[in-house]
Write a protein that binds this ligand. Structure first.
Ligand code: DON
Length: 561
């Protein structure tokens, strides 16, 4: 009898283990960690922390290392956003987004009859916005830096001189861009050859530019030799960025978007990044529903998130733009009553067609590559940074003599109302081009707190899918109690109002779930090439240790101690 019951218990245990999918646990560190798109950059950041540097020192070292080792998105010729939380609980945000040149104008990408000229805002010198990364790095250094600046930039210089080892994914990515590098530049850039895994890529001209930044500070980029190489080459290729544009560029400290989701406090980026506002809208729309009764990635879960996303992206298209140029009703858009009202038309029985969803009524106006890295230091400070050249290798312009790639961020403006940009996003007058205006972004560097303590640092690339990838990772951890790597590994889906499709990662969702969604009127688009982000995140575990979530969709990796 005793034997029989033992056997039954053993069978149950076996069955339980077989049903339970393997949970991958990410890299664990005792007290400090950097997670980024490349192991080399994470290690450089972590070494700075090990030397006694803080999260901001590590931010600078990681950012500059990524500009060398991950040229597809890491950059000095692009821009980005940083959200931080210090160990005393204070939070803040830095906007080092690119801006339109002084001589830019509303219709600069339209032909004589008002049609958008193909590729003009994405390829070549005319697509370039005034870069913000180096101004951002020095703002961070002047406010929070603790180690000598030269120690923070030297590892990137060494990497550029000694060369980086090209990974398999990187070889593929570089090879796919060769034709466009050729088309855009009037000399053979360092990126053009038939790459294979294990090749070494040396970037001597980039190293020289980094040395000028090391020796002259911000002026090593925005003035002097680098600036004239930049402006002259852009001019040669038909672009409009001037020395005055570079001289005038400033990174701006901004008040982040802060809101509560259930017991969690969330701090995310504000305009000109739409991430924080959209994340707040979507999470607030989801909050009244009891997710403990809704299975993760089930039909109901996908329905609920999709409908919340649809409504938020419709608002994004209509209302959002650079807050320094247009009046954006941020308080009204993130007001719970307004959001609940928007969700009133949601039904479990049928999809709401996007054609029936426009932007909401506001009661009065008040006032193919990016990269994200997350850092927590041994003092408890947290930094969340998303940075980009926009699409892979940006405009493909590689500044002759200076070795860095220029962004094509101008495409994030709405070239013409009703005409989608490269991510299929629509915009309105709020995001039209104007001199020195910043283009609307989807970047969503985010920090989550629980009971006044740091819980999670998260963000991702992925164009329009950035917001929804961050959203799903927050819900994976807060509602479905997943670990960080387990969360990052989950298949993701995305809806952005228009086009009216639910984008899903192939092979990630079960057939029955998809069939049910289709019966309810949801159009599903599964394709391998869909950009659905590469989330690099850190979770503070209950024992105080840190768990990394480094996205296996890329070469992403964590380092720490
Ligand atoms: O700022 C934005 O929203 C876009 N420029 C981000 C581009 C991006 O994420 C591309 N990555 N895959």
């Amino acid at each position: 009898m005793k034997k029989k019951s033992l056997l039954i218990i053993a069978v149950f245990i076996l069955l339980f283990c077989a049903c339970k999918k393997d949970k991958t646990v990410g890299f664990i560190a005792e007290k400090a960690m950097v997670v980024s798109a490349r192991e080399e950059a994470s290690k450089i950041g972590a070494a700075i922390l090990q030397k006694g540097g803080n999260a901001y020192d590590a931010m600078i070292a990681t950012h500059l290392a990524l500009a060398v080792v991950y040229p597809v998105a890491g950059n000095i010729g692009g821009g980005g956003f940083m959200v931080y939380r210090n160990n005393d609980g204070t939070t803040g945000a830095l906007d080092f987004r690119e801006k339109a040149p002084i001589t830019a104008h509303r219709d600069m990408y339209l032909d004589s009859v008002g049609n958008v000229i193909k590729n003009k805002s994405t390829l070549g010198a005319f697509a370039v916005g005034v870069p913000g990364s180096i101004a951002g790095v020095f703002e961070v250094y002047n406010k929070f830096g603790s180690l000598p600046f030269k120690d923070l930039i030297q590892p990137a210089i060494d990497l550029a001189i000694n060369g980086i080892t090209v990974t398999e994914k990187q070889a593929k990515s570089l090879n796919s861009a060769t034709e466009r590098f050729k088309k855009v530049n009037n000399y053979i850039t360092v990126f053009e050859k038939e790459w294979k895994k294990g090749d070494i890529l040396k970037q001597e001209e980039l190293a020289q530019t980094l040395e000028r930044i090391r020796d002259l500070g911000k002026d090593g980029f925005y003035k002097g030799k680098t600036a004239s190489l930049f402006v002259n080459y852009v001019k040669e290729l038909g672009g409009i960025i001037s020395l005055e544009d570079l001289e005038k560029y400033k990174a701006i400290w901004r008040k982040p978007i802060t809101f509560n989701y259930k017991d969690f406090k969330i701090t995310s980026m504000t305009l000109p990044a739409s991430g924080g506002i959209c994340l707040a809208q979507i999470l607030k729309a989801v909050e009244p529903y009891d997710l403990s009764k809704i299975e993760h990635n089930s039909t109901k879960y996908i329905q609920l998130l999709t409908e919340a996303e649809r409504r938020s992206y419709a608002d994004r298209a209509n209302f959002l733009g650079d807050i320094d140029f247009v009046n954006v009703p941020v308080d009204s858009l993130t007001n719970v009553k307004y959001i609940n009202n928007r969700m009133k038309s949601f039904s479990w029985d049928k999809a709401t067609p996007s054609s029936e969803v426009s932007h909401g009524k506001i009661i009065g106006y008040e006032s193919d590559e990016t990269t994200h890295y997350s850092i927590v230091d041994q003092f408890g400070n947290a930094v969340s940074v998303t940075t980009t050249l926009n699409t892979g290798y940006g405009s493909k312009v590689v500044v002759k003599g200076a070795g860095f790639i220029l962004n094509n961020e101008m495409d994030d403006f709405s070239s013409k109302p009703g005409v989608p940009n490269v991510y299929g996003l629509l915009g309105s007058e709020a995001n039209s081009i104007a001199p020195e205006k910043r283009m609307l972004s989807s970047m969503t560097p985010t920090i989550v707190e629980e009971n006044g303590k740091l819980k999670m640092v998260v963000g991702t690339p992925g164009g329009s899918t950035i917001i929804t990838s961050v959203l799903q990772n927050i819900l994976n951890v807060t509602e479905y109690k997943m670990g960080m790597q387990e969360s990052v590994d989950q298949p993701r889906f995305h809806h952005q109002w228009l086009p009216d499709v639910v984008r899903m990662e192939p092979n990630g969702f079960n057939e029955e779930t998809k069939a049910k969604l289709e019966t309810l009127g949801y159009k599903i688009l599964e394709r391998n090439s869909l950009i659905i982000g590469r989330v690099d995140a850190i979770l503070v575990l209950p024992n105080g240790k840190l768990e990394a979530g480094a996205d296996k969709r890329g070469d992403d990796a964590a380092a720490g101690f």
